[in-house]
Design a protein around this ligand. Structure first.
Ligand SMILES: *Cc1c(COP(=O)(O)O)cnc(C)c1O
Length: 358
């Protein structure tokens, strides 16, 4: 039976990438040893890091004004590392609260400077279902932090805030899924395990002129400059993660780059939302204008249909397609690597479920 992996993360990877990675685990570049067993300083491995950086720069259009580093600690460490590096104790940073991850970023930033939550779409029950509009920056604020795609609630910024200050964006769950203008951003960061690779490696793209301006002491490993000056090789990098990331980026290049991904992603999401809107047994959970193209959340109109539809999905080979516990229902994470056939399988199940109850 075909399996359809709708996991929110770690998540589906392109099949050709998984096959190449599996082969390299057994034998890396015909060396007789596997990629997991080889020195990160070896001639065999070292070019991988530069290759991943070069590919990401080209795919996303990242200029020389920005540094690109591969670090550890996940997006969660970036919640603290960003303000530690670029927000002085008396400086103000604007934050927009659109979900669980955004609130976690706010909590950490407060340890390092003044945080102004300029907008929040948190509802009384603690959930979120929209993206705010018309946001203004606080005069003098150093940056505005946003979460470009809210993985848990299934909302996504379609238009980024139009502000003069640099945007800092957690793009963990939609990086490389759509074309963005990097020049609008001071920092872009993403845990790789949603749309770029395996867990363990985090991508940070940072405008170099923002660094070196705070006077606090920064531990060596948490100072972006350490990783920039050493090409992400100050210490042992997450070597396998970067290796797989490089393969994913190569796959993106071979498949039309980010513009082609964006077109496919939009079409995939539109098709699934159309069925959610058509099928009388299901409904969406967020404002239509803010629906995510990556994490499609929906619930049964009748709560009693939750268990039987889940059972049907399991029968059809769906993996990890239930909603986050705070939302319930279902969540189909349909990242770059999810083929349209996976969407079709979900739609077929929804239609068969409807027929079975008619
Ligand atoms: C998954 C996720 C995180 C957490 O990432 P970790 O790498 O586990 O720290 C943060 N932000 C967003 C938007 C996510 O989807």
């Amino acid at each position: 039976m075909t399996t359809w992996n709708f996991s929110s993360g770690p998540a589906i990877l392109p099949r050709p990438v998984v096959e190449k990675a599996a082969a390299a685990v057994l034998d890396f570049k015909e060396s007789g040893i596997g990629v997991l067993e080889c020195s990160h300083r070896s001639k065999r491995y070292e070019p991988v890091v530069a290759s991943a950086e070069a590919r990401l720069r080209k795919l996303m259009g990242i200029s020389d004004e920005y540094a690109v580093v591969f670090v550890q600690g996940g997006a969660s460490l970036q919640f603290a590392q960003i303000p530690m590096n670029i927000l002085g104790q008396d400086d103000v940073a604007d934050y927009v609260d659109t979900g669980t991850w955004a609130s976690k970023a706010i909590k950490e930033a407060k340890l390092f400077g003044k945080v102004n939550v300029v907008a929040s779409t948190k509802k009384e029950d603690g959930t979120y279902s929209s993206i705010p509009t018309g946001i203004k920056a606080t005069p003098g604020a150093k940056y505005m932090h946003i979460t470009s795609n809210n993985t848990i609630f299934g909302t996504q910024w379609k238009q980024f805030p139009d502000v003069e200050i640099p945007l800092v964006a957690d793009m963990s769950s939609d990086i490389c899924s759509r074309v963005i203008d990097v020049n609008k951003f001071g920092v872009i960061y993403a845990g790789a395990q949603k749309n770029l690779g395996p867990s363990g490696v985090t991508v940070v793209i940072v405008r170099k002129d923002l660094l070196g301006k705070v006077d606090r002491k920064i531990p060596t490993m948490l100072d972006y400059k350490t990783h920039i000056d050493n090409g992400s090789m100050f210490n042992t990098p997450p070597a396998f993660g970067i290796f797989v990331l490089d393969l994913v980026l190569q796959w993106l290049e071979e498949n039309g780059g980010i513009p082609a991904m964006e077109a496919k992603n939009k079409a995939k999401a539109a098709k699934l939302y159309a069925e959610i809107d058509r099928n009388p047994l299901f409904k969406g959970t967020v404002d239509v204008a803010d629906r995510s193209d990556m994490n499609v959340c929906f619930i049964p109109v009748n709560k009693e249909h939750e268990a039987p539809f889940k059972a049907l999905g399991l029968e059809r080979g769906f993996v990890d397609f239930t909603g986050h516990r705070s939302v319930g229902g279902f969540r189909a994470s349909i990242y770059n690597a999810m083929p349209e056939a996976g969407i079709d399988a979900m739609i077929q199940a929804m239609q068969d479920f409807e027929k079975s109850l008619a």
